[in-house]
Design a protein around this ligand. Structure first.
Ligand code: ADP
Length: 481
């Protein structure tokens, strides 16, 4: 983080510094050019008469005066580009080929200017005795202006003035900017280090807690203050941790519930078997009765195991649901047919209203299981002579499967708990009726898998009505036809 801040800061500062220094340099050079641009024209006007009369002496004098006054160099070239006079007296007779000179000589411009980098020799007096000659690069500005007399172009003036001072000033300013950037970078490093510490502190704490959790200590929470992203992360972590605790608690409760449910029939069987082992009477009738009881307990155990398997299979994340178009009335007919003998044995009238062709998209086996559980309960908790009615009602967007009985009913306080595992209103009575306390949990899971809903209304001594509401399958193609 510190490096990221530093890199970002340096890039930004460096870019701004370069931009500012380039703009300043251009501005200063432009300013200088604006001041000096007319000087070459003045010299051109001054040397024009001398050029006309081929007065070399006069031309040189003018060039020298101007050169010395302006602190630069003046070259006077004829119209062929050959130096006629040089205020430094070095290039006389030399033909110069410089783009700007050609431009003016060709008549493309009256006057022009351009920046040049020159290599010059400077005396470097390092000691009393030695005199080194060093080469140095400097920037100069060439101002070129045409010499015109009586409308005739006679040649050009080249005025060369140093602009190195501008480059030196800008370089000095750059050095100062770099110094400021350096000091600011150190401050940025210190501040970003402190910020990084503040930010990483809660992350380090969270990492520490996650490590603890992964070792099995799941009761961990982080302290959350404020509303920052990190606080939100902490909050999300706490929610996850609570969820994990709930899952763990559920798992423990489930194991203890199952063990308890299985223990009861096992204890009864143990007592019955021991009675048979130690019985000396040889009473065959009693033995038969005990074996019958053991058989019943074994049946109970298999019910529990079957229901548990069903419920667990429904709890896995990836339950295989074989979606198909299911004709709901056909499905309830199958259930009624299967349950009819049990109802008959208990002298309960089963009424089936199947006057609809409603279709739902679902898993036929699972839906049949859900309706069977409801009808089974209705028969179990209705006294002989009572009535169980199964109906299918088609609504605009849904299909309602209703199982209503005239049974013992359910106290209001228990209704919200019925879908909990192993929840029974009256343990003894439910067990006697062959219940495991898992039937409605299974129904709830099946209905959820089908994006449906589930409602229970009941009145003690009057009866219970349970509705399964499923989304209706609407065949759009069929509607168009
Ligand atoms: P069980 O296997 O014990 O029937 P369920 O989960 O199916 O378990 O039902 C939970 C409890 O709800 C039952 O023990 C019973 O007390 C009550 N119950 C369910 N359906 C009915 C009903 N139709 N009439 C009265 N009580 C019911």
């Amino acid at each position: 983080m510190v490096f990221a801040y530093l890199a970002l800061f340096s890039i930004v500062m460096f870019s701004i510094g370069t931009l500012v220094s380039n703009i300043t340099q251009s501005f200063l050079i432009d300013h200088r050019v604006r001041e000096q641009i007319s000087m070459a024209d003045d010299i051109a006007v001054s040397v024009a008469p001398g050029m006309k009369n081929f007065n070399a002496q006069k031309i040189y004098k003018t060039a020298l005066d101007y050169g010395q006054n302006l602190g630069g160099r003046v070259l006077v070239l004829d119209k062929y580009g050959v130096v006629q006079s040089d205020s430094f007296s070095k290039l006389n007779g030399v033909s110069l080929e410089i783009e700007e000179i050609d431009q003016v000589l060709d008549g493309n411009a009256g006057s022009t200017n351009a920046l040049h980098e020159l290599e010059i020799e400077v005396d470097n007096q390092s000691s009393d005795t030695t005199n080194d000659v060093k080469k140095e690069k400097i920037y100069v500005m060439y101002y070129v202006s045409s010499i015109v007399y009586d409308g005739n172009m006679l040649g050009v003036i080249v005025l060369s003035l140093p602009v190195q001072d501008i480059f030196d000033q800008v370089a000095q300013a750059n050095g100062q900017i770099m110094m400021v950037v350096f000091i600011a970078s150190i401050i940025v490093v210190i501040i970003s280090f402190l910020i990084a510490k503040v930010i990483t502190k809660p992350i380090t704490a969270l990492t520490h807690i996650i490590k603890k959790m992964s070792k099995g200590e799941i009761h961990q929470r982080v302290r959350v203050t404020g509303k920052s992203e990190l606080s939100q992360l902490g909050q999300a972590f706490n929610t996850m941790s609570e969820q994990l605790e709930r899952v763990e608690e559920n798992r423990n409760n489930f194991v203890s519930d199952v063990s308890h449910e299985i223990k009861t029939p096992l204890s009864s069987m143990k007592i019955l078997v021991e009675s048979l082992i130690y019985d000396q009477s040889g009473n065959i009738e009693m033995h038969k009765e005990f074996l019958g009881d053991i058989n019943n307990e074994i049946d109970r155990l298999s019910y529990i195991v079957n229901d548990l398997l069903q419920m667990v299979s429904m709890e896995q994340d990836r339950v295989v649901v074989n979606y198909d178009k299911v004709h709901v009335s056909n499905l309830t007919s199958l259930v009624v047919k299967a349950m009819a003998p049990i109802a008959e044995r208990k002298e309960i009238t089963l009424i089936h209203e199947d006057n609809t062709d409603a279709i739902v998209l679902g898993d036929k086996i699972k839906l049949q299981q859900a309706v069977t559980n409801l009808v089974d309960n209705a028969i179990k908790y209705t006294l002989s002579g009572g009535e169980v009615q199964i109906s299918v009602e088609e609504k605009e967007l849904s299909v309602v499967v209703r199982v209503a009985d005239t049974g013992i009913g359910i106290p209001e306080k228990d209704i919200s708990h019925l879908t909990e595992r192993f929840y029974r209103v009256e343990k003894a009575r439910s067990r006697e009726a062959g219940g495991t306390g898992l039937g409605l949990s299974i129904v709830e899971r099946i209905v959820k898998l089908h994006n449906g809903a589930f409602s229970i209304t009941s009145e003690e001594g009057v009866g219970t009505t349970i509705d399964i509401i499923l989304p209706k399958f609407i065949d759009e193609d069929k509607e168009v036809q």
